[in-house]
Design a protein around this ligand. Sequence first.
Ligand SMILES: [Zn+2]
Length: 339
Amino acid sequence: MRGVIMREPGDVRVEDRDMPTLLAPTDAIIKLAATCICGSDLWPYRGAEAVHERPMGHEYVGTVTEVGADVTSVKPGDFVVGSFMASDNTCEICAAGYQSRCVHGEFAGAGGAQAEYLRVPLADGTLVATPGVPDPKLIPSLLAASDVLGTGWFAAVAAEAGPGKTVAVVGDGAVGLLGILAARQLGAERIIAMSRHADRQALATAFGATDIVEERGDAGVARIKELTGGLGAHSVIEAVGTQEAMEQAIRSTRPGGHIGFVGVSHGVSIEGQGLFYSEVHLHGGPAPVRRFLPELIQLIWDGVIDPGVVFDLTLPLEDAAEGYRAMDERRATKVLLTV
Ligand SMILES: [Zn+2]
């Protein structure tokens, strides 16, 4: 089968790879319907994270082709969506809703989901079958549920977005944009998108943003305060993972407010006294996408949400290297790879 390998930073190839096989009785093999490139794939691509001969990709939807002897909840022929983190969905941590930190968890993308087939560990606790074979036009949205939508949704929930709340969103990548969609669905009254790119501002508005702030740093914080009667937002989503974004998030939140931070943290350190006096709730980490999948799949199936529009470039798997370049150069927000 064909699959993406990142040999070294900046060097993405599509190569012949071995077909995945069942390694444990709890595994399933799926044939991908589509896959995509994640903003987090850019960290190793840009050399900000060590990488050598790594199979890439951790977002997936597709059809089950084979299951291990212990798998009971999905069967060959089922169309499934899964999280990037495999989980048993039964341990205490999973039961509390934190499947991304399952005590038996492992990275579901270890085999590389930017490929024709993928082995998914802990299939019963990781995969969710759709109500039937999806219309092809639903596939981008179902694929989004596998990571970016689930992550944006968790960020909005962690930030306690809801009725009467003003939500500020730091980061206009796919996760930030879908955090806006989530905040809208959760009933937020006002949603402030921080973005200086016209195309992303347009998508932010389409997903439910009521205000756009182009300023960053001190000026960005000042603008959020100005829009919130000097208090700061009730809820802030941090969807970048840099020092600047995290500081922006903390300083834009009112005392007593909540921050959902889901940008994969790189080089962030938080100054203790500033944090102490900020009096905010910080809640974040790798999103427990599995917690939200049943609800998200139903919202997509019923046509209530259309997160798939976040994909603004579609390429065949063979052209994955061009997809990485397009996202690296910010010519594309999110690249879907057809398989
Ligand atoms: Zn668990």
